[in-house]
Design a protein around this ligand. Structure first.
Ligand code: NAD
Ligand code: WQD
Length: 338
């Protein structure tokens, strides 16, 4: 079965392509390379033995999408393409709404024209805003505190309305918690451009000597050790969640919503300590002020995905940090080979 993967050369998309190939699917990537490099394709080949078809195009280019969907007999689309930096979204809201919201609308319009009716969308735990309690189930109220989060929420709402009006479509919203880790081969991983916004790539760059210390954003939260607590999930588990969704609910018309998380919360200090163990070296850190907009704690109740998709995260925290370190230590500058 041919699957169009928008944003397939990015962090989560590239790992999902590997798992798609392993499960017998044929991924066709559409990516404009605004936050990834073509070198990823060589790494996918190294790991899986196959190079996915790659189309360099923007998801806002409807003609290119209709052509890709029709020429490759696509049966389902996994839509990763989008911008994802919260801070940048505050500076450049128009770019975020255009890429994330308009990009999705153009994609769905192209799918409609090409007669493709199965879509899996990369949503985020950010749509839960500041949750009243943890763990978070899919029926918690949603809200947003920044343009990135609002763009995810808007897309969820647009897709919900669209599915209501087009009941023969299967639309799946996957709400990811905090993806970390790398392919166990060390060939693929997260390669942020500039200063990493997220904790784990920052920690990895400190470990490898690219940065001096980690700034820990706040040590006065009402949590186990005062630092923020999150549900970190191995990117390979996340990738497998897409395969499970494709197989289990892809063929079923309806709107399907799942949390993809582990159900466990780890603090910033626990993550740093785990990484120190993996890298066999101290990771210097300093406590600084809280980051505006951050919440104290957030973790998933992943039982709906377990019951309905037969999926559950299986990688341990040690696997997350060991794999992340293997990638970072063997590729200290990321995909520098272009
Ligand atoms: P990423 O930046 O590594 O991958 C996104 C890919 O989309 C990149 O290869 C980029 O070049 C491409 N892209 C961006 N805009 C495009 C456009 N207009 N047309 C074509 N290609 C475009 O990000 P990721 O971490 O792999 O995230 C994938 C998806 O998952 C995003 O939608 C993101 O919002 C969502 N998500 C990510 C996280 C996270 O922490 N990484 C958490 C929750 C949800
Ligand atoms: C994790 C913890 C920070 C960096 C963000 C987005 C969310 C989703 C995932 C896409 C927090 C602390 C961080 C640092 C730190 N993305 N931290 N020092 O904030 O949970 O979620 O990425 O959808 O939408 O908001 O992830 O990795 O930035 O932070 O102390 O240098 O680490 O305060 O407690 P977050 P994160």
């Amino acid at each position: 079965m041919n699957v169009l993967v928008t944003g397939g050369s990015g962090y989560i998309g590239s790992h999902t392509c590997i798992q798609l190939l392993a499960a017998g699917f044929n991924p066709i990537i559409v990516d404009n390379l605004c936050n990834s490099k073509k070198a990823v394709l060589k790494r996918i080949k190294q790991v899986s033995g196959s190079t996915p078809t790659f189309i360099q195009a923007d998801v806002r280019d409807k003609a290119a999408l209709v052509a890709a969907l029709s020429e490759h007999n696509i049966e389902a689309v996994i839509h990763f393409a989008g911008l994802k930096a919260v801070g940048e979204s505050v500076e450049k809201p128009l770019e975020y709404y255009d890429n994330n919201v308009n990009g999705t609308l153009v994609l769905v319009d192209a799918m409609r024209e090409a007669g493709v009716k199965r879509l899996i969308f990369s949503s985020s735990a950010t749509v839960y805003g500041d949750p009243a309690s943890v763990p978070i189930t899919e029926d918690f109220p949603t809200s947003a505190t920044n343009p990135y989060g609002r763009s995810k929420l808007m897309v969820e709402e647009c897709l919900t309305d669209f599915q209501k009006a087009n009941s023969d479509w299967s639309i799946t919203l996957l709400r990811y918690f905090n993806p970390v880790g790398s392919h166990p081969s060390g060939e693929l991983g997260e390669d942020p451009q500039g200063i990493p916004n997220n904790l784990m790539p920052f920690v990895a760059q400190v470990a490898v000597g690219r940065r001096e210390f980690v700034s820990v954003f706040g040590n006065d939260y009402p949590t186990k050790d005062g630092t923020g607590v999150r549900d970190y999930i191995h990117v390979m588990d996340l990738a497998d969640g897409h395969i499970a969704a494709l197989q289990k609910v892809g063929p079923k018309p309806g709107l399907h919503i799942y949390n993809l998380g582990t159900g466990n919360g780890h603090s910033v200090l626990e993550m740093i300590a785990a990484f120190e163990k993996a890298a066999h070296r101290p990771i210097p850190f300093k406590f600084v002020d809280r980051r505006p907009g951050d919440i104290a704690e957030c973790w998933a109740d992943p039982s709906k995905a377990q019951t309905e998709l037969g999926w559950r995260a299986s990688h341990t925290l040690d696997a997350m940090v060991n794999d992340s370190w293997r990638w970072q230590s063997t590729n200290p500058q990321g995909y520098s080979d272009q």
